[in-house]
Ligand binder design. Structure first.
Ligand code: FAD
Length: 465
């Protein structure tokens, strides 16, 4: 049985590891087009900031670790075509040129690529790129290009286009490196994946750290600055009231989201779904015989929404594991995402799981959302922090649907969003959160954890009839 994974990141490697774990006799080959298998691209901002001192440290596992599990790695090798009836893969690599690789089962883990928005100067003849200090960011290759600009051009200023979680992490990282950061976001508030009430708090942290945050500002064009200007690039944008905004900068980073990389699978006949991601069943099977897919290239089964597209590293790991198991005849199902995520912005953290009010309403629930502030641990013990918690529950059933948190990065925001994620996963009511036996000692918590206080506030605001 020869299993082949296309893609050597979270999904492909998780699948390969699981297959080798379940069947040490399985013949497993991972084909990836770059030379960086199993790198934690989630850690890129911390390498750029200098907090992680060498890019090699971003590897979840080294090549030697991976090969020691018994998998074969084909780095710098691009899959060009899938011959589904013949169960063959056409490959190209600098060393071996064109070749054909046979498989019994195939897992497509081609991931996502950064969106290149329709901004003047980013596409077409004469488009600006890394050599000009204009960057997109997703892969290790992109990261090396960013580092070359930082090391060789020594930029003093950067405009970051986009204020999603990667844009925020990069604002933090580049500020830590000493650059003056301007962040432009076309939506009314930063971190649009959380409610604006929390986005405002994130905005406050960015501003307090010297980031010039321009929300409601749509970038129109990036160009080389005329001679004599302060920066080498010029960014033209339009503010919400229609006025023109121009900023000079030495570097521009465009981070406005990703789209699934599906060309290979689609050309082979794979059915696509939401956001043109590859359609898979919960067992990660595509519509093509013996072809599975996992990670950022596939649609996401969501526990509350049904099918959506929610590309996250945690999800890619789980889906890859399911696919790896099922290629060996298993019958595992991906249990579904809740979109649980957390981001550090300087000394603060923001997190969410499940649905926000408008998402819950669109999904047919009758949502009520409340906001509570509670201390992360007893305030009499030094170093306590206030956490802002927004709870969304269903008025009709009392079921917990979502939670969002903002607070100091040492206030266990991640642990607390995970309590909510666990509760939602198991269909708990908001009221039942008070029954959870959570840990307590004054330096680390309270007899009623902050999450329980927020749940009690919701229950008071939305009594069930
Ligand atoms: C800066 C940054 C920070 C992030 N932070 C977080 C975070 O904190 N938490 C979180 O959950 N997620 C985070 N993510 C998202 C997370 O990294 C992705 O969800 C995850 O990497 C997806 O894994 P994947 O294996 O599906 O795809 P990808 O990581 O996109 O990898 C795709 C793989 O396929 C290969 N490939 C593609 N096409 C071909 C081909 N034709 N032939 C051969 N190989 C091919 C590529 O070389 C690569 O190995 C972050 C992403 C970035 C960029």
């Amino acid at each position: 049985m020869h299993l082949v994974m296309i893609g050597g990141s979270d999904a492909g490697i998780s699948a390969a590891l699981r297959a080798r774990e379940l069947d040490p006799a399985a013949d497993v080959t991972v084909v990836l087009e770059d030379a960086y298998p199993n790198f934690s691209i989630c850690g890129i901002p911390y390498y750029v900031s200098g907090e992680v001192d060498h890019w090699r440290n971003l590897a979840h596992r080294t090549v030697a670790d991976l090969e020691a599990t018994g998998m074969r790695l084909r780095t710098d090798t691009a899959a060009r075509r899938i011959d589904v009836p013949g169960r063959k893969l056409q490959l190209t690599s600098p060393g071996q040129g064109e070749e054909v690789l046979s498989y019994d089962k195939l897992i497509v883990g081609t991931g996502a690529v950064p969106v290149r928005p329709p901004i003047g100067g980013l596409a077409g003849p004469g488009a600006l790129g890394p050599g000009d200090g204009v960057h997109l960011l997703h892969s290790m290759g992109d990261t090396f290009a960013v580092m070359r600009t930082l090391d060789q051009a020594a930029p003093a200023s950067v405009v970051i286009v986009g204020a999603g979680y990667i844009g925020l992490e990069m604002a933090d990282a580049l500020t830590v490196r000493g650059l003056q950061v301007t962040q432009m976001e076309q939506l009314p508030e930063v971190l649009p994946t959380v409610d604006p009430e929390l986005g405002t708090l994130v905005h406050g942290e960015l501003a307090a750290r010297g980031v010039d945050v321009l929300t409601g500002t749509a970038v129109q064009a990036i160009s080389k600055a005329p001679p004599g200007e302060a920066g080498r690039l010029e960014v033209q944008a339009t503010a919400g009231d229609g006025t023109a905004v121009t900023r000079a900068a030495d570097m521009v980073l465009v981070v406005v989201g990703v789209r699934p990389e599906t060309a290979l699978a689609a050309e082979a006949g794979a059915e696509l779904g939401v956001k043109d991601a590859i359609a898979v069943d919960p067992g990660m099977r595509t519509n093509l015989p013996d072809v599975y897919a996992a990670g950022d290239c596939v649609i996401t089964h969501h526990r509350l929404l049904g099918v959506t597209y929610l590309p996250l590293g945690t999800t890619a790991h789980k889906q890859g594991r399911v696919a790896g198991e099922n290629t060996l005849g298993g019958n595992r199902a991906f249990a579904g995402s809740l979109g649980t995520q957390v981001v550090k912005i300087f000394d603060q953290a923001a997190a969410r799981t499940g649905l926000r009010d408008h998402e819950a309403a669109a999904a047919g629930f009758d949502p009520v959302t409340t906001e509570t502030q509670a201390d992360d641990h007893k305030a009499y013990y030094p170093g306590s922090h206030r956490i802002t918690i927004r709870v969304t529950g269903d008025r009709a059933t009392g079921r917990l649907l979502g939670m969002q948190l903002f607070g100091h990065r040492h206030a266990e925001i991640a642990k607390r969003v995970d309590i909510a994620a666990t509760a939602i996963f198991h269909g708990m009511t908001v009221d039942a959160i008070s029954d959870l036996d959570l840990s307590y000692t004054p330096p680390l918590g309270s007899p009623w954890d902050a999450v329980q206080m927020a749940a009690q506030a919701w229950t008071r605001a939305a009594p069930r009839h």
